[in-house]
Design a protein. Structure first.
Lengths: 267, 269
């Protein structure tokens, strides 16, 4: 399929995300609540000097809390249920007979669905950070913002390839929809979407550096918070690219083997 | 009085039947049952992270020791677990309104709200929460050195039950918006986010937010009051308020329920 075709799919994803606008804004608004809760928790703990956070200063932790909530929302997926349903109920047939790459189709739709929320969230982020910078006297170099943007784009691609591979498990497991709930929550936690993992001890810090999950949220946020030096950021980008390549290769193989097994039940 | 007792017995019997049929249905799909437990374990992981941070800090915050705060988190996990047993009905409500399947339930000679909100009881999701919640409460109770007395235990259990009832009434109201709007998933997410404010004890929040969470939207009453009662930090007026808040929210919820049913158009039914 030509690139313009994927452009249309992108547009479709964008339109879909804006069908229920009140829902759209309410769900985005609701992601502020855990951030507020954590800001108060950290403020209370730091005030009495009881926060054991492996070297995070109060300002860094607040910045992390503000950005992690938004970043994990930006990179979150949600298409895996549809993919599993396509496989289980035969909806995949219509894609198999069309000149379209299934992964490409979902990636274009995923990006389209993300465009509006990301635009809105970036505006919210800018406003929140402007306020936080004034209150907490935080100064972030403009270069770090650019690098944060690059890391988020790579994190989007990494999360897509990771969850697409998980969704393709539907070829082998009939009923895995409930499993997605567990996986997405666990991934959100171990990617540092709730708290930075390195505050839970050296073992957690090593795991977040070795596994791919930390590179979808924690790595991106720590670029801005100043926890990472330029060399570590460069290495992080390379690791992100390596994981993207690995998961893309994995879902390509899974797709090839899976379509051979596919029986088009109910199609 | 006898009539009321008969009515109560009838409804308790029905609840028992709902529980039996729900369990039979869930045992038919055991993988789903296990998956439900796994999902809840995932959510519990997040709640335990808060508990870990509070315990690791090991200090008193605005009048509550870290052990007492651990009890608050445990109470939240326990009540959430118990609430999860009826939660599938809350999620199904908007579908029933949208596809008209509420019609059949309206024709039954039973209180419609009872039938709609309690007919499916989940047994998988509460298991990890109840086990973990009780363990944290016992651990916190012991660590705080609070006396184990009959009045303490009875008061704690009674306030937990009030909290569960309050949770049911308070979080049913947003779901009832499905009678007015086609999609209410945004409101659903928002109400879940509000419920999650109980992930940490209310003493962490500033006074204005505490007052808001006690008197306006009484989410803090649900999980903080049982521990405060046991720690003898809950005044008598506040104890009375816990029950009054439950009664008031119940009255409000019934009012919204009746208005919502009048809006029902039986679309697609």
């Amino acid at each position: 399929m030509k690139l313009s075709g994927y452009g249309c799919i992108f547009g479709m994803g964008l339109q879909n995300s804006m069908v229920y606008r009140a829902d759209f804004f309410l769900s985005l608004f609701s992601c502020l609540f855990p951030v507020i809760m954590q800001v108060y928790l950290w403020t209370a703990l730091y005030r009495v000097g009881a926060a054991d956070t492996s070297g995070y200063t109060y300002e860094q932790m607040i910045l992390y809390t503000l950005l992690a909530g938004i970043t994990s929302r930006i990179v979150s997926t949600g298409f895996e249920l549809e993919v599993a349903q396509d496989i289980k109920e035969g909806g995949l047939n219509k894609y198999l007979v069309k000149p379209v790459n299934y992964a490409g189709y979902y990636f274009a739709r995923f990006l389209g669905g993300k465009a509006a929320p990301v635009g809105f969230l970036l505006a919210v982020t800018a406003a929140v950070l402007a306020g936080a910078s004034a209150v907490l006297q935080i100064r972030v170099e403009p270069l770090r913002w650019v690098l944060y943007g690059v890391s988020v784009i790579l994190a989007l691609a990494l999360n897509f390839s990771l969850f697409f591979a998980i969704a393709l498990l539907g070829f082998w497991l009939t009923e895995i929809r409930q499993l997605f709930g567990t996986i997405s929550i666990v991934v959100m936690v171990i990617s540092g979407g709730v708290f930075p993992l390195d505050i839970f001890g050296p073992a957690a810090a090593v795991l977040s550096a070795v596994l791919p999950f930390g590179y979808t949220t924690q790595f991106c946020v720590n670029i801005v918070s100043g926890r990472l030096g330029m060399q570590e950021i460069g290495t992080g980008f390379l690791v992100q690219l390596a994981w993207i390549a690995l998961f893309t290769a994995l879902h390509t193989v899974m797709w090839k083997r899976g379509t051979r097994r596919y029986t088009a039940v109910g199609g | 009085m006898k009539k009321r007792m008969d009515c109560l017995r009838r409804y308790l019997g029905l609840l028992g039947l709902f529980a039996r049929y729900s369990l039979m249905e869930q045992m038919e799909y055991r993988v789903n049952f296990a998956a439900g437990i796994a999902v809840e374990c995932g959510y519990m992981l997040i709640k335990l992270m808060y508990a870990f941070l509070i315990l690791q800090a090991g200090v008193s915050l605005n009048g509550l020791t870290s052990w007492e705060m651990l009890m608050c988190v445990g109470t939240y996990i326990l009540i959430t677990g118990l609430f999860m047993s009826m939660y599938p009905n809350f999620c199904l409500l908007s579908f029933s309104v949208r596809d008209g399947s509420l019609d059949m339930l309206l024709t039954k000679p039973v209180n419609t709200q009872f039938l709609v909100t309690l007919r499916k009881l989940d047994f998988g999701m509460p298991i990890p929460n109840v086990l973990c919640g009780v363990a944290l409460i016992v651990y916190g109770w012991q660590g705080a050195g609070l006396a184990v007395t009959v009045t303490g235990i009875v008061g704690f259990v009674l306030l937990c039950m009030t909290g569960l009832f309050l949770t049911y009434c308070l979080f049913l109201i947003p779901e009832l918006l499905s009678f007015w709007f086609v999609s209410n998933s945004g409101v659903h997410q928002l109400s879940e986010a509000v419920r999650d404010f109980d992930n940490v004890p209310m003493n962490v929040y500033p006074k204005w937010l505490q007052r808001l969470g006690i008197f306006v939207l009484p989410v803090f009453v649900i999980t903080n009051f049982p521990t405060l009662y046991v720690a003898r930090k809950l005044s008598v007026p506040m104890t009375i308020w816990a029950f009054a808040a439950a009664a008031l929210v119940f009255a409000l919820q019934r009012l919204v329920w009746k208005k919502a049913l009048r809006r029902y158009t039986s679309a697609n039914g």
